[in-house]
Design a protein around this ligand. Structure first.
Ligand SMILES: [Zn+2]
Length: 93
């Protein structure tokens, strides 16, 4: 299976991943509103990246590639991601 086919299969799991994988070939980050019911843990601080109706919370979702192949998705609070020095580049809006 080549990398592109692999990417397409993974896209069912994560729409953001599809966007990233179809346009880029390395680890990238996107910034997104947190969806209601989301329960990802921030990779940096370990706290849930939670939806709140009051604050339209934003998160950074990073698609991490290792050796040119998609490896995993990591979630961050926007502030945490910036605190880390944007390890996967500036998040695409
Ligand atoms: Zn955090």
């Amino acid at each position: 299976m080549d990398e592109f086919e692999y990417s397409l299969n993974q896209a069912d799991l994560n729409a953001d991943f599809f966007f990233v994988a179809s346009t880029m070939n390395g680890s990238r980050a996107v910034e997104r509103l947190v969806e209601p019911g989301a329960s990802a843990l921030c990779k940096f601080c370990g706290e849930p990246v939670k939806f709140t109706a009051k604050n339209r919370t934003r998160q950074v979702i990073a698609n991490v590639y290792e050796k040119g192949t998609w490896n995993r998705v990591e979630h961050f609070h926007v502030d945490c991601y910036h605190h880390l020095g944007e390890p996967y580049g500036q998040p695409a809006a």
